[in-house]
Structures are given as structure tokens and as C-alpha cells.
Design a binder for this molecule. Structure first.
Ligand SMILES: C[S@@+](CC[C@H](N)C(=O)[O-])C[C@H]1O[C@@H](n2cnc3c(N)ncnc32)[C@H](O)[C@@H]1O
Length: 221
């Protein structure tokens, strides 16, 4: 406790080799209640709470039997899917390795690679009813470039969802500030009955991320 009576939380000393921003990141991680809760509850990422909160609000996971998890690593979202819908078959993809999760087929592959869509679709025994994407491009620090790269991933994810979802299915994806851009929004509105944006409480306030939630897929044109 400090003299003011407030708990100052964990303070991290700036080690010689640690940059100021990584010290700040570490300090924030150590004091983040979602990081602590994720550890205590066995979730692999604090991101798990974002899907939990989106699912509580929009009812996405329970009725899903075939799920595609884009940007799966380290696996928090797939853990949530398997816990809330134990019969669901899940297939996930990430550039990074992901430790195995029961009931989940994992590809370590670039989602933008030509062979990725077929690999994902082929791993399920039918059309998915839920496609979730938490993919974000590695940031280079140039705001517009970062925005365009992440939106490129979202657009490809939306195309994948529209091509593969079963009628009635849903698509959830991380988008950046400003929400979904006009073309993508128009495309989603054309193919889904409802399209909404949400920022779950677990999403850090200083982060520009939002989520688009498209439900009621109308079926292939
Ligand atoms: C925020 S993390 C996902 C966290 C995950 N939802 C969880 O709960 O554990 C975003 C992931 O997207 C992945 N990613 C970014 N670009 C990708 C791409 N082109 N193909 C596959 N994965 C990608 C990153 O490697 C990263 O692991």
C-alpha cells in the first residue's frame, strides 16, 4: 500500500535491456485483472474474455456445431467455443504455433495463402455455422498502413465466411477504429440479416479494436 492508501499494483523496474515501451507493456500485463483472471481460470489468453462477452451479448457459440477460428493462437477463443459448445468441431489457423486443444484441428499457415480456405473447409464435415476472426496484422507503427493491412485480413475473412457459411450462420471479426469500412459493411449487410459493432469490456479502452458481428447468413447467392 502507498501512503495514500491506494494499492499501486506491481511496479516494474526498467531493466537496462528493456525499452520504455516494453516496461510499460509488462507493467500493464502484471496489473491487468483480465490477465490475472485468464490465468486463474485456465484460459490461454485474456482475449478469451472478449469472445465470452460477445457471446453473452449476441448468443453466438452455444448453437454452433462447426466453427472456424481465424488467428487461433494461443487458443483462448477455441477453448471458449469448446467449453460452451462441447460437441462443436473447430478448425483454426495461425501463422504462429498453437498447442493442441481437444476437438480442434489446427493449421499453422498463413490465412492469406491460396491453399488456406480449402484446408479449413476440408477439415470440417460440413459447412461451418460460425466463423470467428481475431486476426490482426503485425503493426509497423504507421497508422494507415496498419489499418489497411488489418482490414485486408478482415475482408478476406468476410469473403471466406460468405463463401462457406451454412444458412443462418454468423461471422465475427476484429476491425479497427472507425468500425467496418463502407464497402465491407455493405457486403455484410447484403449477406446477413443483422450487422452490428461492439467493443466488449475486455477490449482495452486505448486500443482501436472493435468487433463486427454479422448474424443470420442468408445463404449463398
Ligand atoms: C489477437 S491474436 C488471437 C488471439 C486468440 N483469439 C486467442 O483467444 O487466443 C491474433 C492472431 O492473428 C494471427 N494472424 C495475423 N495474421 C495472420 C494471417 N495472415 N494468417 C493467420 N494468422 C494470422 C497472429 O499470428 C495472432 O496469433
Amino acid at each position: 500500500m502507498s501512503r495514500s492508501g491506494k494499492d499501486p499494483g506491481v511496479r516494474v523496474k526498467t531493466a537496462r535491456k528493456r525499452t520504455q515501451s516494453s516496461t510499460k507493456w509488462l507493467q500493464r500485463q502484471l496489473n491487468d485483472p483480465y490477465v490475472k483472471a485468464a490465468k486463474a481460470q485456465g484460459w490461454r489468453s485474456r482475449a478469451a474474455f472478449k469472445l465470452i462477452e460477445l457471446d453473452d451479448k449476441f448468443g453466438l457459440v452455444k448453437q454452433s456445431r462447426r466453427v472456424v477460428d481465424l488467428g487461433i493462437a494461443p487458443g483462448g477463443w477455441s477453448q471458449v467455443v469448446r467449453q460452451r459448445s462441447p460437441m462443436a468441431r473447430v478448425v483454426g489457423i495461425d501463422l504462429l504455433p498453437t498447442d493442441p486443444i481437444e476437438g480442434v484441428t489446427i493449421f499453422q499457415m498463413d490465412f492469406m495463402a491460396d491453399e488456406a480456405p480449402a484446408a479449413l473447409a476440408g477439415a470440417l464435415d460440413g459447412a461451418p455455422d460460425l466463423v470467428i476472426s481475431d486476426m490482426a496484422a503485425n503493426t509497423v507503427g504507421h497508422k494507415q498502413t496498419d489499418h489497411l493491412r488489418t482490414m485486408g485480413l478482415v475482408e478476406t475473412a468476410a469473403d471466406f465466411a460468405i463463401e462457406h457459411l451454412a444458412p443462418g450462420g454468423a461471422f465475427v471479426a476484429k476491425v479497427l477504429a472507425g468500425g467496418t469500412d463502407a464497402d465491407l459493411l455493405a457486403l455484410l449487410k447484403q449477406h446477413f440479416t443483422t450487422v452490428k459493432h461492439a467493443k466488449p469490456p475486455a477490449s482495452r479502452k486505448d486500443s482501436s479494436e472493435w468487433y463486427v458481428i454479422a448474424q443470420g447468413f442468408k445463404g449463398a447467392a
